[in-house]
Design a protein around this ligand. Structure first.
Ligand SMILES: Nc1ncnc2c1ncn2[C@@H]1O[C@H](COP(=O)(O)OP(=O)(O)OP(=O)(O)O)[C@@H](O)[C@H]1O
Ligand SMILES: [Mg+2]
Length: 291
């Protein structure tokens, strides 16, 4: 494993430093989770601890993928970074300020389609600028530019039901990026798409990200996708009380073509290494979690 053990990472995190691929990084992270635990209250008052003692930092311009078995707490972590969930213990810091309330410096791309069915593609994208009080004409002009960037210049007047699944994802991507957030939180954004469309969307995302590098926290259950996209892959254990059990630096050259990069021997070596860590947790999740 390139990176460090979870225990070493936690120690380094507590000391205010974090080891990434063996390099000590000082403060200045775009988003930083320190000893974060998140618990839910179930019916009858019982508490379910979803994640515990999570130390995770994403540097500005860094692309971090989080993988883990189903139900391990990947969405929960993104929700904590977005300010949608408040940790029971630990803290979330955004550009060195403690996060309270919603994370206004982040854009969130959900797994489910979140487009408004009664609005055209153009309006769905332009509406993202409303909270910033951008004048309507300017918002529409910028929305057109963004739809062109995601390859939908001729689809601006279509309603979501007139678009394919991949096209709807492109609209959602434009809707997130038009606000120019400094942090991108993405929860299995390409999950429902077929393999070929996923690869096309992955390349589009990398192209847009390369032009204006943001800090990215990208959740996926697909390890190949995680390696192809990210600078670092973080593995979450099976829940309850899921924790980080591995961090792996992805030292593959950029720019990357995510269909081509899968054919490289070093990609295979990384896959094998990370899968040996993830496989254990996937088996534990299917066996009903740790004893
Ligand atoms: N509101 C809630 N109330 C109670 N338990 C919850 C709530 N939200 C999530 N959980 C539980 O917390 C755990 C983590 O959920 P989470 O959605 O973060 O998992 P995930 O890793 O994103 O899974 P998947 O890959 O299936 O999307 C799960 O066991 C889930 O049942
Ligand atoms: Mg999830």
């Amino acid at each position: 494993m390139v990176g460090q053990s979870a225990a070493e990472g936690r120690k380094a995190g507590r000391a205010g430093m974090r080891l990434v691929g063996g390099t000590a990084l000082a403060h200045g992270e775009a988003v930083r989770l320190d000893g974060v635990s998140i618990a839910f209250t179930l019916k009858g008052g019982k508490r379910y601890v979803a994640v515990e003692g999570i130390d995770l930092a994403v540097m500005p311009g860094e692309f971090v993928a989080v993988v883990g078995p189903t139900g391990s707490g990947k969405s929960t972590l993104l929700n904590a970074a977005a300010g949608l969930l408040k940790p029971a213990a630990g803290s979330v810091t955004v550009f060195s300020s403690a996060l309270s309330g919603l994370n206004g410096r982040a854009g969130y791309l959900f797994q489910a389609d979140a487009l408004m069915p009664w609005k055209t593609a153009l309006d769905n994208v332009a509406v993202a600028l409303e909270p910033q009080k951008v004048p309507r004409a300017e918002a529409l002009a910028r929305a057109r530019e963004w739809l062109a960037k995601v390859g939908l210049a001729t689809f601006v007047d279509r309603y979501p039901h007139m678009l394919s699944g991949g096209q709807r994802k492109r609209v959602a991507l434009a809707q997130m990026l038009i606000r120019d957030p400094e942090i991108l939180l993405m929860d299995e954004p390409f999950g429902p798409l077929d393999a070929q469309t996923r690869q096309i969307m992955g390349n589009l995302l990398l192209e847009l990200w390369a032009a204006n590098r943001k800090a990215v926290m990208f959740v996926t259950h697909d390890l190949e996708e995680a390696i192809a996209l990210a600078d670092r892959v973080v593995v979450l254990s099976a829940g309850p009380a899921a924790r980080i059990v591995g961090e792996f630096k992805v030292d593959l050259a950029r720019p990357r073509d995510i269909s081509e990069i899968r054919l490289e021997p070093h990609f295979h070596a990384l896959y094998k290494e990370i899968w040996s860590c993830l496989r254990v947790e996937v088996s534990r999740a299917y066996a009903g979690g740790p004893a």
